[in-house]
Design a protein. Sequence first.
Length: 316
Amino acid sequence: MDILQKTLDFCIRQQTILGFSIVSLLTAASEHVFSFVTFKCPCNSENMVYGCCFLLVPAFILLLLGYMVNARTWNLLTGSCSPEKCLQCRSLGTSACYFEVLVPVTARALVAPLTWVAVALLGANFYECAASGSSLAKRLFCKDNATDCQEKLLKMPCDEELSARISSEWLSLRAQSQLIGLLLIAGIMTVALFSTCVSRCCSPVSYLQLQFWKTYSKEEQEVFEKKAKEHATKLAERNTNSFFEATDPAPFHTPSKEEWRKISFSYLFNSREPYYSMIHKYASTSGHNSAEFDEEGQELIPLAFANEAQAAESSL
């Protein structure tokens, strides 16, 4: 039981890394199946277009899916350009905040597409097909610009013996693809480590307080979802009973639009007022007082910022 508990605690602490690992493994498996089941290089003048489509288009689709399935994307966008916020959307400060939020959101969305490209390059099928139809490969392998050589080059992905003969003096297209794939993986890991180090150095809090902040945010989110479900259920029961029983509904308090707006933004952490979320600030400062919130309007950014910053810092 102790081993099981330790394993569970480790998984909870490293859930971000484990999540990225699972996404990467699923993407790699999908690429492997996709490569062997669907892909078949035409070995003609369409090699370049066909190979590039299989290499890049699925990666682009995965990037779009990464944005779509991330709840923080919609948390950032929902209501941000409503008529009453038109001027706010056009302000430079708000645009900078949105950019600051989109960076970690994009970093998460890039996990799957970069995995696809890296695994595809290591497999070499897509690259070999695309490169065999490129003008650079023609200049590299067909110095005399012979038509016969160019035709054979297009057929390289479909004939291993022909590929070995043509590339005997140069690094083969398969080897080039694998080399680029390894360099891409090394570059991604370097950038990830560097960005994590920079974000930790610029953190407004110490390591232990950051751990507490992440723990608090997680617990608050779970409690909020539970309470929101209970509140919505009671409100639905009240309204439904009133409809079927033809009675006046009993008084029932539910947060106003203004109150929802207040907690939908995140307070930029500062040492003078160490709040960990807008709900924390709302509860600590009697959030019904609009002036107390509005006077710090320049320090409000979408709620995704705090959560994404914490997730980015814990990604390694």
